[in-house]
Design a protein around this ligand. Sequence first.
Ligand code: ZN
Length: 338
Amino acid sequence: MGSMKIAVWGHPYIEFPEGKDSQKEVNSAFSRMAEVGITMYFAFVAVGERLLFKSTLIPKSGKDMLSKLVEAGKTAGVEVHPIIGFGDVSPLYGLFPERVYKVKFKGEPPEWAERAVFKNWLCPSWRENRELTVKVVEELLENYDVDGIHLDYIRYPNARPVSAQYPCVCDACKAQRLEWLGREEIEEEDLKNQGVVYKELSWRNRCVRETVERVKNLTEKRGLKLTMAARAYYLTSAVIEGQDWVSWCKDGLIDIVSPMSYTTQFEVFRNLLEEHLMLLKGCVPLFEGIGRRSSAGVLTPEGMMRQINLAKEKGLPGVTIFHFNALTDRDFELLKNL
Ligand SMILES: [Zn+2]
């Protein structure tokens, strides 16, 4: 165990499935984390229809896994930060079909439209979506002794293929455009006008940032951390999706940031890491996100360590690994000797 801190993203519903979710089993996984120097567990407590904590605000049944995670975390000395956001990880997922990001295609929908990449994505343009998300966080902080909140999917849907090309046509997005465009929808031709793009992206960033500010108020009041999973590509994804995380960091809204620099190519990882250092200039602890097993592919344990060692060389205070369940005995052994 060196001076580098290790955090992990974890899927409790995979790690502790039905029948393997006793307090004893959760404790044992957490003590294993602590042994190899993992000090933070960012928990997916809501994914799609699943809900792993109690809430009186959400008309959805779920099981209370979070209380077990919190207890195990306290016993092992591992911080637990439940994950909240607008996309798949929203606790409100599937509940308000009229308030999701809506795309209108001219002619035949492209092939990707069939996949569920953005369906059910609560559009942050709705005050109701933002407020209820913040209320759920407030209730969660009242009910659970967590160490922080972790933001993920705290944005509009992916710039490519969705939000850069197909500005949302939900009622809230249409209404806001009447104020500065005089009509409800942005046409393809409008997107060539930088003024239109500026107004649309400012709006998106304002809506998401307002949510972040309000969650920050809640965590700060209680002396807890606000951490986040950020889009790795700042200008080509994050800013377009309303997630200007660099500004949030510079303005003191975020306590630890983890850009998800998932790649199996070491040089790509290096470039992203260097860009993030340039952007943040040390204003907030940067825990570079490393994809041990992700949609970007699978790293070997040694490949993962090579990325962690680069982060260490560059003076980063920590890294966040995606994801806990991907770690094998070999990974644990290597992490222990970091
Ligand atoms: Zn919308």
